[in-house]
Design a protein around this ligand. Structure first.
Ligand code: NAD
Ligand code: AHE
Ligand code: ZN
Length: 371
């Protein structure tokens, strides 16, 4: 069938909106009509060419919501008409990782997904007769896409697509890192580096669990107002500390000795080190969420770990998608979390490149494309 899509032909070049061909679902696969998709920084990262797994031509996008239109043979849990959120971290409930109950990182289809292919090793998308690759198993920058059944969370029918699409990545990543990965306790002190689409959801999660101090760190002063609305108690702009400013020392002082929990939500390895080092001696936990490009490495003095700080990481907020995503949709529908304020821009697919420009200029939190 013909579908409208934004195609990433080459790293560093704008997306091209055109008609591509999509084959129907094969065994255990589902055809989904995507109704809305958010633009996440990770899409920009892959398009930039820094992602070692970035392959082209591909259809990017991994923060969507839509409706099941057709199911292939052996689909057991979904039917046409079901409302769904695509999962770049699937949940097969059968692989070693799922059965371990120690991680959300289902491994059942990770190798083909990383190659831009469906589990049978082929692509469903093509353009002028040549294959176009899938992205993070989702490809939500197309108004129809095909996914494995295990990579879809079924959600309630009354949830608005243009809001809950954000649960497909940013909301779940930020809230989940606090609730599922770090397990922040009430009365904790928290430092959040980067107050964008992820960091603001970390703040929202920290407030939800009853953190007593939530410090936000960002070089964009325009982020302060929104972050305060979400529960930030103190704002630090490293630029205000001057070129030789001691960000770590400042944060240690502000928290009275170091934070109980810190989160890096930028993808900058210098900040990852700062986030670890401003965690409290003896028990502070620092969680890496930001994604850094090929060749980048983190470092610190081992002494930082010897003296009891713990360095951890979180993908998709540690959420088990088919189990946890429907619950997070319920939290939104019950007004326990705010998504609407974070969706600062909406665009039609034809103008998707403007969404990346808004992100680059730091003007948007989330841009949503509605089909
Ligand atoms: P974003 O562009 O919306 O936000 C990034 C924020 O970082 C901006 O507010 C920016 O001003 C700030 N920033 C940039 N440089 C800074 C610096 N030197 N000091 C302080 N602040 C600085 O991006 P996002 O969508 O929130 O994504 C953030 C990161 O999280 C990206 O690396 C993205 O790839 C990653 N991510 C990871 C996961 C995961 O599962 N681990 C999921 C989604 C996104
Ligand atoms: N290909 C990238 C991977 C980047 C990465 O870590 N991605 C996160 C999700 S970011 C969503 O916006 C993730 O889920 N990681 C676990 C996984 O299995 O990929 C790179 O840098 O290599
Ligand atoms: Zn994302």
């Amino acid at each position: 069938m013909d579908v409208r899509a934004a195609i990433a032909f080459e790293a560093g070049k704008p997306l091209v909106v055109d008609t591509v061909q999509l084959e129907g679902p094969r065994n255990a696969e589902v055809l989904v009509e995507i109704k809305a998709t958010g633009l996440c920084h990770t899409d920009k990262y892959t398009l930039s060419g820094q992602d070692p797994e970035g392959l082209f031509p591909a259809i990017l996008g991994h923060e969507g919501a839509g409706i099941v239109r057709e199911v292939g043979p052996d689909v057991r849990h979904l039917k046409p008409g079901d409302h769904v959120i695509p999962l770049y971290t699937p949940e097969c409930r059968e692989c070693k990782s799922c059965l371990s109950q120690k991680t959300n990182l289902c491994t059942s289809i990770r190798s083909t997904q990383g190659k831009g292919l469906m589990p049978d090793g082929t692509s469903r998308f093509s353009y002028k007769g040549k294959p176009v690759l899938h992205y993070m198993g989702c490809s939500t920058f197309a108004n129809y896409t095909v996914l494995p059944e295990i990579a879809l969370a079924k959600i309630r029918d009354d949830a608005p697509f243009d809001k809950v699409c954000y649960i497909g990545c940013g909301v779940t990543t930020g809230l989940g890192a606090v609730l599922f990965t770090a397990k922040v306790e009430p009365n904790s002190t928290v430092v959040v580096f980067g107050l964008g689409g992820i960091g603001l959801n970390v703040i929202q999660g920290a407030k939800l669990v009853g953190a007593r101090q939530i410090i936000g760190v960002d070089i964009n002063p325009a982020r302060e107002a929104m972050a305060r609305q979400f529960g930030m108690t103190d704002f630090v702009n490293p630029k205000d500390l001057g070129p030789d400013g001691d960000v770590v020392g400042h944060l240690v002082e502000l928290t009275g000795g170091g934070a109980d929990y810190t989160f890096e939500c930028v993808g900058n390895t210098t900040l990852m080190r700062q986030a670890l080092e401003c965690a409290h001696r003896g028990w502070g936990v620092s969680c890496v969420i930001g994604v850094a490009g090929a060749g980048q490495e983190i470092s610190t003095r081992p002494f930082q770990l010897v003296t009891g700080r713990r360095w951890i990481g979180s993908a998709f907020g540690g959420a088990r998608g088919r189990t946890d995503v429907p619950k997070i949709v319920d939290w939104y529908m019950d007004n326990r979390i705010d998504i609407d304020s974070l969706i600062t821009h909406k665009l039609p697919l034809e103008r998707i490149n403007e969404g990346f420009d808004l992100m680059t200029r730091g003007e948007s939190i989330r841009t949503v494309v509605e089909y």
